[in-house]
Design a protein around this ligand. Structure first.
Ligand code: SF4
Length: 346
């Protein structure tokens, strides 16, 4: 039965070479197939035209290629594209292409749903069903790279792991996907153009530092006051700011990479002077910058973006403390592709 066959992209290059040797073929055949699978993103074995028909049939008998399928593509009036991506088991995740005049960024998912329960996030309403495999993460990037070339005449330039799921709760697969994305045998992208955005899992931030990863780190902070943060991100009760701060200091001491804090200012939640003062203090623990992100209300409208006076106060206070701050407009609101809106509504 088709489902009993092994996913060929779960094999490493060495395992693929060994497989061919055991079949009485040359190890080199493994290199050729590997290239088809990753560099050329072949969707099926018939595409592998420099492999003999007999070998392709043998592969067909033993393996499947669980390629994702872009089920539905929506384009926003601002150029943003949202893909609803169907996985081999019919689950759906979403990924987003965000164009600006100088770059194209892919926002990709790492899990189907999410086990964390951030109160402002549409994805949190979908229970976590499973982690994505490395190839499913890789395929989202390839799909967006293709769309970028097709609609914007340029390759994808940046990747953010800010789609559905908490990437550090699927760390091994995210790392394997990034290996493929950055490898010359995959997409050959620079790790400096990749940002992994976490809600802040201290143990895993330390592990990333120990693993000497080369990509950048962003933390969805949203409040530097434990009580407030726990009320909007309940897992903060388990991983309080003290632990997060210690992990981030460790990250910086090992990587020397400055941290980006993603931060939304909500009306009546974190829009007071004490909130920005706490953020300033938090920023002092390790070199960092702050992205103030525009919020897009989800259905029940419980969370509302603070008014421009509160944003101005944040910018003024942060800048007067020599902290770099950028105010980021949200993109793709009309197609529910903006930050915190990914919830398979298509
Ligand atoms: S914000 Fe991120 S970590 Fe929090 S529930 Fe949404 S997807 Fe999960």
């Amino acid at each position: 039965m088709e489902t009993k066959k092994k996913d060929i992209r779960a094999l490493t290059k060495d395992q693929l070479r060994d497989f061919f040797v055991k079949q009485g073929d040359k190890a080199f055949r493994g290199n050729q197939v590997y290239e088809w699978l990753w560099q050329k993103s072949a969707h099926n074995f018939e595409d592998m035209t420099n492999i003999s028909l007999k070998t392709r049939e043998m592969l067909q008998d033993n393996f499947v290629i669980n390629h994702i399928k872009v089920d539905q593509m929506q384009r926003s009036s601002d150029g943003t594209i949202k893909n609803a991506v169907r996985l081999h088991d019919d689950l759906i995740v979403e990924s987003v292409l965000i164009p600006t005049p100088s770059r194209t960024t892919a926002c990709v998912s790492s899990q189907v749903g999410c086990s964390l329960d951030c109160k402002f996030c549409a994805t949190a309403r979908l229970k976590r069903m499973r982690n994505l495999n490395p190839d499913e993460i890789y395929d989202q990037v390839v799909a967006i790279d293709n769309e970028s070339r097709l609609y914007f005449n340029r390759p994808l330039s940046n990747i953010v792991f800010m789609g559905m799921g908490e990437p550090l709760m699927n760390y091994n697969n995210v790392l394997k996907a990034i290996d493929k994305i950055t490898s010359p045998e995959g997409l050959g992208m620079s790790p400096k153009r990749i940002v992994v955005s976490t809600s802040g899992v201290p143990k895993m931030i330390k592990k990333m530092a120990d693993d000497e990863v080369k990509f950048k780190l962003a933390v969805s902070l949203h409040s530097a006051i434990d009580e407030v943060r726990t009320s909007i991100m309940p897992f903060n009760a388990t991983f309080p700011l003290h632990d997060l701060r210690e992990a981030l200091q460790y990250w910086y001491s090992k990587t020397k990479n400055r941290i980006t804090y993603e931060y939304v200012v909500w009306d009546g939640i974190n829009d007071k002077r004490k909130d920005v003062d706490a953020l300033v203090d938090f920023c002092k623990f390790a070199p960092s910058k702050v992205n103030l992100i525009e919020y897009n209300p989800i259905d029940d409208g419980e969370f509302q973006q603070a008014d421009s006076k509160a944003i101005d106060m944040y910018v003024k206070v942060l800048e007067s403390n020599n902290i770099t701050v950028t105010v980021r407009r949200s993109r793709g609101k009309d197609i529910d592709a903006a930050c915190g809106q990914l919830a398979n509504k298509t």
